[in-house]
Design a protein around this ligand. Structure first.
Ligand code: ZN
Ligand code: ZN
Length: 260
């Protein structure tokens, strides 16, 4: 049904192929979300990575008119997959743990700059290649490769249509990856703020942190419940309050709960 509505909305030349369409629908709906505790950003990232790998593998199997061209395309597609795997590994840990800083002279590392604040440092004109690479990988590197493939001769004419659907998917891939980066950046800032608050409480035991929030609803929970399902439950939310203080006697934090 969605596919039908999509076909009615978009002119034939602007449509993406069936597989890409299914993957993109997963990306835009909660359908891709099935694992508990995993953020939608992360799941979208994994989906996009698998779309990209499938795209490259598909190009490797195209029916090129020349054997040499087939070989070159296969090799280049494999190199791009390898390069992509390394970038993804980098994004999973090193990016937020080693590159992101609350304030930095490099725009791609500076959280204050990204969140619209004023950083005390002067920003360099050149940015870290590893981090800025995520904004250009699909739109330049992969696009160049697909453009070169498009110029070749094939024994099957349907490849051109397939290639077009891949071109159309590229901006969506960049979108999924840069959204994940933004998610990591926000998490980095959040954890930094939590560390700061804890330090302040430790330094002065007379200080208290009061957290007031909606409590968990006491309702059934599914096995591997996703975030959208978790937060989308009906029923009234109870408001809970928690007071946190540092205790020198206990040499640790003391938590007091109350319900409002
Ligand atoms: Zn900065
Ligand atoms: Zn970097």
């Amino acid at each position: 049904m969605i596919k039908e509505a999509y076909n009615n909305t978009f002119a034939e030349g602007e449509r993406v192929g069936r597989n890409t369409f299914v993957e993109l629908t997963k990306l835009l709906t909660k359908k891709g979300e099935s694992k508990a505790g995993l953020s939608t950003y992360y799941i979208n990232l994994r989906y996009s990575a698998s779309i990209f790998t499938q795209m490259m593998k598909r190009v490797s199997c195209f029916a090129f008119a020349s054997f040499d061209e087939q070989r070159f395309a296969k090799e280049e597609a494999e190199t791009l997959i390898e390069e992509w795997k390394k970038m993804q590994m980098f994004l999973m840990w090193e990016y937020s743990n080693k590159h992101l800083k609350i304030e930095d002279g490099d725009r791609t590392h500076c959280c204050t700059y990204a969140l619209g604040g004023t950083c005390t440092r002067k920003h360099k004109t050149e940015s870290c290649k590893k981090c800025s690479g995520f904004f250009t990988f699909f739109q330049t590197k992969v696009k160049d490769f697909l453009t070169r493939v498009k110029e070749k001769e094939f024994t099957e004419s349907s490849h051109i249509e397939e290639l077009q659907s891949m071109f159309d998917a590229l901006p969506k891939l960049t979108y999924a990856f840069t959204y994940y980066m933004a998610h990591r950046l926000r998490a980095h800032v959040q954890f930094h703020a939590i560390r700061n608050i804890k330090q302040k409480l430790r330094n002065d035991p007379s200080k208290a942190l009061i957290v007031m929030d909606h409590k968990q609803k006491i309702l059934q929970m599914k096995f591997r419940e996703g975030q959208v399902e978790y937060y989308g439950k009906k029923g009234m939310s109870m408001l809970g309050t928690m007071i946190i203080q540092w205790s020198n006697e206990k040499n640790g934090f003391v938590y007091r709960f109350d319900e409002a």
